[in-house]
Design a protein around this ligand. Structure first.
Ligand code: 5GP
Ligand code: ZN
Length: 113
């Protein structure tokens, strides 16, 4: 998907501050951070959001959560953090390549806006 900004980050066509990479997942810092630590974890395989994930993506989705749990302390988030995915425009999704936001480093309010 050459018109997808995250696919272009995966391809190395757009630079990013990477914090994690394996064969199917990339983690990089959000360009417009909403918290002192704001990292995006994305699958290297393109799909728009959770609703577009295929049955075959089940293990990948689970592994993304496990990777976040393992990497969060290394990002300085031992005290706590939030994992969020905005699915669809009304929820605030602006990039149509599935991603999990990992936010922390400050007190986070609940419920979110
Ligand atoms: P969404 O609004 O879709 O849930 O989240 C998309 C996120 O991607 C936003 O927080 C936005 O700041 C981030 N973002 C958009 N374009 C880029 C980019 O080119 N590089 C990086 N690192 N983050 C981006
Ligand atoms: Zn993409």
């Amino acid at each position: 998907m050459t018109d997808c900004i995250f696919c272009r980050i995966i391809a190395g066509e757009i630079p990013s501050a990477k914090v994690y990479e394996d064969e199917e997942i990339l983690g990089f810092r959000d360009i417009n951070p909403a918290a002192p630590v704001h990292v995006l974890f994305i699958p290297k395989k393109h799909f728009a959001n959770l609703g577009e994930a295929a049955p075959a993506d089940q293990a990948l989705l689970g592994r993304m959560l496990q990777v976040i749990g393992r990497e969060a302390p290394k990002l300085g988030l031992s005290e706590g953090y939030r994992v969020v995915s905005n699915c669809g425009e009304p929820a605030g999704q602006t990039v149509n390549h599935f991603h999990l936001h990992v936010l922390g480093g400050r007190e986070l309010q609940w419920p979110p806006g």
